[in-house]
Design a protein around this ligand. Structure first.
Ligand code: ANZ
Ligand code: ZN
Length: 773
């Protein structure tokens, strides 16, 4: 896609080393003339290969925001890092017969090189890898603080087990009964595992969402609320008829209790098997295996708390084990699912009167139920952060003392890392055998590693403190930079990662380590890059290869295409966009820089005398700049680019008519520095400036020039002027007609008569013809 005079490869080669030597993206000293500080974080990358189209999109948005704030004079921190532990990298490495560290760090180098070429405005000194011992030392330190507070605990529980990945998964990682990573059907297993007590923060995790309204996308707030699933209701006890046990149900409609005609419990729940009468055991087992039918009777009944009537108990497929108590009261007269169930079993539908609120308030006890469960954090895999606990036969679970952190992963090169139901670390006796830190007797290390979502729950706190040795983060750096002003990433992280990061932040707040309760002030979600209406995937063979796109069109055209395609949240169908069009536009603006009158000499850089300005172009420039500024602030980059194109056209016309266009072309260069940094730098240089357009400063907008001009439009009736309207010069015929017909003096003069002709000549004249009285 070479266009004469637009050699993107040469520009990329030319400017990369110059930028590096200028150190443009290290935040300036605090207290330096600055408008304040801004912290922009792109969700960090997973090193599973080279960068792909999704990265190119997300980082184009994050980078535009960071670059804009730099141009506005803020002190900006824009860091870069890698989420470098984890199962996919481990699986990929094993498949290639490589050590996960070798594979992971090689990928990181490749991606880092690509990020540099992609011209990200990041401060490379923040570079962070979660798999570095210097990072996971502090992940372990945080785990121990959670442990001390009872927020990390180990219990035997029924958990989700992925037979293919040979590890447990958090509830959040099970999608419709299948492993989120590999799609294998999940089985339940009773295992002793580590959990984080996120449920003790459930209320705050819901309540604090309110403050994010307007700053986070509404769908993400809704997904968080639904995931936590807070429900206020009533816990109500039903006594069994034939022994002294009770069944507690959770209901949001205690007022319907008179209409209860059955109770139902969740299949597969311990409650089902506890309640099941011996005669129904076989039927229950069969239902558990096949899940055929709507449910099964348990052969037992309870007494109605108000009427004393006998209420049969069932297992019902629609009752979830993880909500409320896993048991419901069936009210077929008021609840649709209950009615369907009652019809299937021939149960009565009793339309009894509702209890008045006061009465309803007296049945049972008020309470809250959450869908959210504690977060299962242990994994039986090698490539993760070791859990810093020693198991001692005498002392139990003993934390590794802080001064012995990190507990580093053993090398295990040449050892089998393929998981076999327990962590590969368990086979490494040399590593697992350690004296108990408390009593000195022989103990064993915990052999599980942490869910990688633990690593990513606090990385944004580490960036500003990357070299800090006395804790996970430096209090001073944290006060200066956090919370994150703008977080940018995919909507696929709307639940898990964001929920966990919010939970961590609240715990750290309660520990007195941070003084804020939410980590991300604002969130921008980008849509997916798709092809011909379908998600791209390697297996479907419809991948658009980023490196090919970059080789064909260059970095700037790809970046510009990403931001020009539409609003950030929308999907980008690569079949519908035109990187070639972006190349043509960029080559046109580059020529503008060549054609501007009287190039500056380098020495004059600062006090560039403005040429004799074309007044119309100046107005257009300031008006469009004002609009572009608002659009960039609102993240409507696509429209901002469209306005920049308009400005480029105006500048071209002015130049061709011999006018002075330096002001307009310089403005175009600075705006484009957000989206097409190489071309912008090249323009800047051809305009006679020193390199470093990234810090040139946003153009000052003259409000008088930017103000929308108005013209006076005469409204006539039968040729006689009846009103004068102030209208925009580009007002449409329709809009002008409406304005004229709305004028009170026109309405009075027409006096209800029929208008036979309307002559509209925007923007100056409207003439209405009415028959003489
Ligand atoms: C009687 C009733 C009558 C109900 C009525 C609703 C309408 P939330 O918490 O908002 O989802 N429920 C309770 N536990 C359940 C479980 N484990 N699985 C499936 N459903 C469950 O709604 C709570 C309501 O959902 C509860 O109120 C219960 O049905 C049902 F006209 O009790 B209700
Ligand atoms: Zn001990």
């Amino acid at each position: 896609m070479a266009i004469e005079g637009y050699d993107f490869e040469a520009m990329q080669r030319r400017w990369q080393p110059v930028w590096q030597s200028l150190d443009l993206f290290t935040p300036r000293d605090p207290g330096a003339a600055s408008r304040g500080r801004r912290y922009v974080v792109d969700m960090f990358a997973y090193p599973s290969g080279d960068l792909h189209m999704g990265h190119a999109e997300a980082y184009a948005f994050g980078d535009a925001i960071a670059r804009y704030w730099i141009q506005r004079g803020y002190d900006v921190l824009h860091p870069i890092g890698w989420d470098s532990f984890g199962l996919p990298a481990e699986n990929a490495a094993i498949k290639r017969d490589q050590h996960p560290a070798t594979w992971t760090y090689a990928n990181i180098e490749t991606q880092a090189e690509s990020f540099r070429r992609y011209a990200l405005s990041v401060d490379w000194r923040t570079r962070l890898h979660t798999s570095d011992p210097s990072y996971y030392r502090w992940t372990q330190w945080l785990f121990l603080r959670f442990f001390e507070r009872g927020l990390a605990y180990r219990v035997r529980a029924a958990v989700n087990w992925c037979p293919a990945d040979q590890t447990v998964l958090a509830n959040e990682q099970v999608i419709a009964g299948r492993c989120e990573r590999c799609g294998t059907e999940i089985v339940r297993r009773d295992l002793t595992q580590w959990f984080f007590r996120i449920t003790s923060y459930a209320d705050r995790l819901v309540d604090d969402l309110d403050a994010l309204t307007g700053h986070w996308p509404e769908p993400v707030l809704t997904m968080q609320r639904n995931w936590i699933g807070r429900s206020r209701g009533t816990y109500l006890e039903f006594a069994l008829e034939d022994d002294d046990r009770t069944v507690t149900v959770f209901t949001t409609r205690p007022d319907t209790v008179r209409g209860v005609t059955f109770l139902a419990v969740a299949p597969d729940s311990p409650l089902a098997s506890e309640l099941c009468a011996p005669t129904q055991r076989a039927a229950l087992d069969a239902y558990g295996r096949t899940a055929v039918g709507v449910g099964v009777p348990l052969g037992r009944s309870a007494r109605h708390p108000l009427t004393g009537a006998s209420i049969p108990i069932y297992v019902a497929g629609y009752v979830r084990p993880d909500h409320g108590t896993g048991a419901i009261m069936g009210v077929p007269a008021h609840d649709d699912r209950d009615r369907v169930f009652a019809e299937a079993f021939g149960l009565p539908v009793v339309d009894a009167p509702l209890l008045e609120p006061a009465e309803a308030g007296r049945v049972g006890r008020a309470g809250t139920s959450f869908r959210l469960h504690d977060w299962l954090v242990s994994r039986q895999r090698f490539w993760g952060c070791p859990i810093p606990i020693v198991h001692c036969p005498a002392c139990g679970e003993v934390p590794v003392p802080d001064d012995q952190l990190p507990v580093t992963l053993p090398d295990m090169r040449g050892a089998a890392l393929t998981p076999r139901g327990e962590s590969p670390l368990a086979a490494n006796r040399e590593w697992t055998s350690v004296p108990c830190p408390r009593c000195g007797r022989p103990g064993t290390r915990d052999t599980d590693t942490m869910d990688t979502f633990v690593d990513s729950s606090w990385y944004f706190l580490r960036y500003p403190s990357i070299d800090y040795q006395d804790g996970p983060f430096d209090p001073e750096a944290t006060r200066r930079w956090l919370p994150v002003d703008q977080y940018v990433g995919g909507v696929e992280h709307a639940i898990l990662h964001l929920l966990y990061a919010r939970f961590f932040t609240k715990v750290l707040h309660d520990m007195g380590l941070v003084d804020f309760v939410e980590p991300f002030r604002a969130l921008l979600n980008q849509g997916q890059v798709i092809l011909n209406g379908a998600a791209m995937s390697k297996s479907k063979g419809n991948l658009v290869d980023l490196s090919e796109q970059l080789a064909t069109y260059g970095v700037d055209a790809v970046r510009l295409t990403m931001v020009f395609a539409g609003p950030p949240e929308d999907e980008i169908d690569w079949a519908d966009v035109s990187p070639a069009g972006a190349v043509r536009f960029l080559s046109r603006v580059l020529r503008l820089a060549d054609d501007v009158e009287a190039p500056l000499r380098l020495a004059d850089d600062v006090e560039a005398p403005a040429g004799p300005a074309d007044p119309a172009l100046r107005r257009t420039t300031h008006r469009l700049l004002q609009e572009i500024t608002g659009l960039v602030e609102a993240h409507r980059f696509n429209v901002a680019v469209a306005r920049t194109m308009q400005l480029a056209n105006a500048a071209r016309r002015a130049i061709d008519e011999g006018g002075a266009a330096r002001e307009a072309v310089e403005a175009i260069a600075v705006v484009l520095s957000l989206f097409a940094p190489y071309t912008a730098e090249e323009m800047w240089s051809r305009l006679g400036h020193r390199p470093g357009i990234a810090r040139a400063g946003w153009p000052a907008i003259d409000p008088a020039l930017a103000a929308e001009e108005t013209v006076v439009c005469a409204v006539q009736i039968n040729g006689k002027v009846r009103d004068r309207l102030e209208v925009a010069p580009d007002i449409s015929e329709e809009a002008l007609t409406v304005r004229a017909l709305d004028s009170p003096s026109v309405i009075a003069a027409v006096a209800g008569r029929r208008i036979t002709r309307t002559i509209v000549r925007p923007p100056k004249l409207v003439n209405l013809v009415i028959p003489a009285p």
